[in-house]
Design a protein around this ligand. Structure first.
Ligand code: HPA
Length: 248
């Protein structure tokens, strides 16, 4: 049975119904992971959980040690990752609370440690990244999502921005011209690092707000928090239904 991990993002700092079996802080050659890795059972299914932003949500997106987090998961034998992420919605279908299972991404981040192959370089270190997300995991999420009482969009392009500030309206216009449907700050280099270590990885994004300039008013933390309460509630439902399928 392949071992599955959930990386929790903003709005999903813990899995409330997770029966905790073990909690361990993993130190890696790249430093410490964001938080203890929690091994446990959810709906009687084994799962590993890590809070990307740390306990108490203290690590901003550009300071997350993505290398350590992915390495730590690999060191526990994790083979498949569902990455949960809050995003802004850019295009029409991507309204607040929508769950999006992106099929592509564009990376606008900079200055982040983005590879495990800094020193140890050989031709096979050019990973294929044509399709950045694992399609089996995506399809399983999409099929489970159709039974949920919320909007689930089965494809979209995720634009990964640097943060921690939100974007300008002009930046969002540029992202839309590039083809982006949603925008978030943590999708990269996480996805590429998982691919470098040969792990299956897919994102379950929750729209927290209309992206800058898309709603006619400024973005407030209050609206983000309110939308994420409902949105992440739906993600918990999706994960619970997904586990028996993914772990088959
Ligand atoms: N932009 C970038 N990241 C985000 C947003 C946004 O509007 N909302 C939630 N995460």
């Amino acid at each position: 049975m392949s071992k599955l991990a959930i990386i929790g993002g903003t709005g999903l700092a813990h899995l409330s119904d997770l029966k905790i079996i073990n909690k361990q802080m993993v130190h890696t050659p790249f430093g410490a992971a964001s938080a203890p890795l929690i091994t446990g059972e959810l709906c009687s299914q084994p799962v590993v959980f890590i809070a990307r932003h740390g306990h108490g949500h203290t690590i901003p997106p550009h300071k997350i040690n993505y290398q350590a987090n992915i390495w730590a998961l690999k060191s526990l034998g994790v083979e498949r990752i569902i990455a949960v992420a809050a995003v802004g919605g850019i295009t029409e279908k991507m309204g607040p609370k929508t769950i999006v299972i992106p099929d592509q991404l564009i990376d606008y981040t900079y200055g982040r440690e983005h590879t495990f192959f800094n020193d140890d370089f050989s031709p096979e270190r050019h990973i294929d990244f044509t399709n950045p997300y694992n399609n089996d995991l995506r399809e399983q999420m999409i099929s489970v999502g159709s039974s949920l009482d919320c909007d689930v969009v089965s494809e979209g392009i995720y634009g990964a921005t640097q943060g921690p500030r939100l974007e300008t309206a002009a930046e969002i216009n540029k992202l839309e011209k590039d083809g982006c449907d949603i925008v978030g700050m943590t999708g990269m280099p996480e996805a590429a690092l998982a691919r470098e270590l040969d792990m299956d990885y897919a994102t379950c994004a929750v729209v927290a707000n209309w992206a800058a300039g898309r709603s006619g008013s400024d973005i407030t933390m209050q609206e983000i928090e309110e939308n994420l309460i409902d949105g992440m509630g739906n993600v918990r439902g999706l994960i619970e239904k997904l586990l028996p399928l993914v772990l088959k």
